[in-house]
Ligand binder design. Structure first.
Ligand SMILES: Cc1cc2nc3c(=O)[nH]c(=O)nc-3n(C[C@H](O)[C@H](O)[C@H](O)COP(=O)(O)O)c2cc1C
Length: 304
């Protein structure tokens, strides 16, 4: 295990409390987990999202709920609900690139509107007793947007800023702008976390060596491709155990029966073990029942 702290990048639809608990039980090594972003819909936080952050569902791990909001009132309402659960840390999402979100000036969409960020930070800073962190991109359409955002951090005084060095328009693909990241790393008066395209332990160590003052490295999709990556990777026995735990926990948790469990498990295979035998993987992905799914998965793991 590397010495730099590792934070888990939230991945909506994947890294819920079931994933976090299974990951912690089988692999460990994550210094901080985050929820996927909570947002206000029809006047409140979605019930499903709220259940995910309940303290009793996140025992034995360092866990920080994340919010996404543009309206200061929405953000403050969410922070207060979160604080009522006993949390004193909240992460602010200024990075989500999905067009339905950014079109409403939320997530990465806020980065080209510094006055929106300023108003948000002023409102959040007024809540008191909450330690904030921010997760952001370089910008929405320009890799220079961050230059207008950085001075605003003195309002919020975040404990750290996580940077994914792409712009929102790129979504999750294309060039990672390490030069712009280096500028933020040098200019930012707050601890910085690097996030983006880390899929091996060696890459964690390389980025930590290149930026020795980093507070942590945040890893997202790498943990979905190979959940054992932080232990060196390709530990198929451990990944198999992890998968079994996810399956059993989802069976216990989801109320919609086998159909819902199957749908949930299939989402993991959008990423899991991309280099496994193509036809065995296809069989898993084409499963039409939970029984067939389990058989296909066992077959795949037995041949790794
Ligand atoms: C399917 C998906 C869902 C995501 N959901 C969130 C989220 O809820 N909150 C957030 O801050 N970032 C979210 N992200 C962005 C990741 O946290 C991370 O910043 C991005 O994937 C880059 O890191 P990686 O290359 O290590 O995956 C999501 C990304 C993907 C692909």
């Amino acid at each position: 295990m590397t010495k730099i702290a590792i934070h888990q990048a939230p991945l909506q639809g994947f890294t819920d409390h079931i994933w976090r608990n299974a990951f912690n039980a089988v692999f460990g090594g994550i210094d901080c987990y985050y929820s996927s972003f909570l947002r206000i819909e029809h006047g409140e936080i979605r019930r499903k999202d709220f259940r995910d952050i309940m303290p009793e569902s996140n025992v034995g791990i360092t866990f920080v709920p994340q919010i996404l909001a543009c309206q200061p009132d929405d953000a403050v309402a969410m922070v207060k609900r979160i604080a009522d659960l006993g949390y004193n840390r909240v992460d602010i999402n200024l990075g989500c690139p999905f067009p339905p979100i950014t079109r409403k000036n939320r997530g990465a969409g806020m980065l080209s509107n510094p006055s929106l960020v300023e108003n948000l930070f002023i409102a959040l800073a007024s809540v008191g007793s909450i330690d904030y962190s921010v997760k952001m991109r370089l910008g929405m359409h320009s890799a220079d947007d961050w230059k207008h955002i950085l001075p605003l951090f003195d309002i919020l005084k975040p404990s750290h800023i996580t940077i994914h060095p792409r712009i929102g328009a790129q979504q999750y693909k294309g060039h990672i702008d390490i030069d712009q990241f280096s500028l933020i790393y040098a200019d930012c008066g707050y601890p910085v976390i690097y996030n983006g395209d880390i899929t091996t332990l060696q890459q964690v160590e390389e980025v930590a060596a290149k930026f020795p003052k980093l507070k942590a490295v945040m890893v997202g999709r790498g943990l979905l491709y190979d959940p054992s990556m932080l232990c060196g990777g390709d530990n198929f026995a451990a990944i198999h155990r992890f998968h079994s735990m996810l399956l059993e926990s989802n069976k216990d948790y989801l109320e919609g029966g086998d159909h819902q469990v199957l749908a949930k498990m299939l989402t993991y295979w959008e990423y899991l073990l991309p280099d496994a035998d193509k036809s065995l993987r296809k069989k898993v992905l084409k499963s039409t029942s939970l029984l067939k799914y389990s058989a296909a998965v066992e077959d795949l793991f037995s041949k790794l």
